[in-house]
Ligand binder design. Sequence first.
Ligand code: TPU
Ligand code: MG
Length: 558
Amino acid sequence: MSTTIGGYLAKRLTQIDVSHHFAVAGDYNLVLLDQLLAQDGLEQIYCCNELNCGFAAEGYARARGIACAVVTFSVGALSAINALGGAHAENLPVILVSGAPNTNDHGTGRILHHTLGTSDYGYQYEMVRHVTVAAERVFSAEDAPAKIDRVIERALALSKPVYLEIPCNVADLECPEPGPVEALLSRRPSAGKTLDRAIATTLDFLSEREQVVILIGSKLRAAHGLDAAVKLADRMGCAVTIMAAAKGFFPEDHPAYRGVYWGNVSSPGAKALIDNADAILCLGPVFNDYSTVGWQAWPEGDRMVRVDPEEVVVAGQSFGGVSLLDFVTALGEQAPRRTGSAETSSLALPEIAPLPANSRLTNDEMMRQIGALMTADTTLTAETGDSWFNAVRLNLPARARVELEMQWGHIGWSVPSAFGNATGSPERQHIVMVGDGSFQLTAQEVAQMIRYELPVIIFLINNRGYVIEIKIHDGPYNYIKNWDYAGLIDVFNAGKGHGLGLKAGTADELAEAITKARHNRRGPTLIECSLDREDCTDDLVNWGREVGKTNARPPVTN
Ligand code: TPU
Ligand code: MG
């Protein structure tokens, strides 16, 4: 039995539960797109540009565990590289497939379109290698299966992006059908002895400590450790805090849950728990300048067990090659009971009191109404900006999901990512919170939500500027041209779609708009929430001040 190179890739995608791929057409990838279209069970979904295409795939990977984006050479792929950087930073397996010049033109000195105007066509591959964990250029039917399989295996094993380059004249070459997929999915187990030693050392470490706190980080999901962490918490009975980027990665109705640890903007009580702990089990943390609030909230030293996807460090002693999942699972079967830190009860975030109906809309009232929408079936994608702080302070029902992009922090990411996420999990209610400044980068992808009839609810927070930047360091560059955001939706509908654009300037206008949005099941609803520029969370102000100070440190001279 034989297929084509494109057919081989298509079949492999369906074998790993990818039933959609995101694409922007170009003459270097058209034949490949034909091959992908021919595969049963694989739908082609179009994006307005390649940056959005990459982010849509990133969002699909959040929903489905892996995703694929197909673009054309250079003019497309170089835009997608930014989104691939995001997928790398956020630990999401995205397969970027780029069309490429005809193999006969390589090495001939001929100049081709969509290139730098030199006869070297290797630069894209060299560039993309920096943002992927595996990259392959397919030049023949003989090498295609092994190269395609290798990048897919790496993406799944490391939860990181990968790259395939398929020249325009090889996509339809005949090649063998793919065999069973199991080998690509099998996880490499941790070396038994190293795992045993890491566990023994950790048990020893815990035996002398009473005030143990688990701190959940954002790499826990990529390492498939969410359920194992709950089992560990059940067994130990200690307090559990999460990092902001891991919002929703531990059930907030769990008796051990004690809120978000984020330095001076932590939930009530969470900072004291970490500060007073004599042992902190950090599961998949990312300590960067933002998460440590300018290097202040950075738990380090002898009280730390840091569990990374491929390494465990116990009080400074490293155990390389031990997987997070194996370690947390084994610890969950052997760890001692340590209830000391959980003796204080959870300090729930204060309830927000509703505003009288015709009052001017405030940030708090907006969040009260968005919070009331959250159920087990909701996925909230929250953009960089005050939406981070707003999302992090929500009290979440179990199984509600929050998607953040706190390591890469590309404004405009949320709209295409939510488009991809909604494509991959249409059974969930998708909500986006996005600032006016962020929205201006990728607004056109709302048109694809209209095209594919996805009932995403977008809360567009119009506070007339880059308020997060105003709080970090103010200047004229933080003030933007206002748009008629709600009015855009009719432009995108173009007489045919079911998108709805609404404006809310008061509490009751927002309530009414939300009711309409919930009934609009055949397209997105954008609700433009008009807020005063000064009306943001205290957390943004306090965090922005500290991050601003960190950015302003003068160079150290010796
Ligand atoms: O809530 P708010 O007003 O802070 O959000 P909005 O209006 O979306 O403004 C976000 C402002 C912002 C910028 C300009 N946040 N970070 N940046 C810097 C930045 C610039 N370009 C990209 C691609 N990503 C960024 N994070
Ligand atoms: Mg804004």
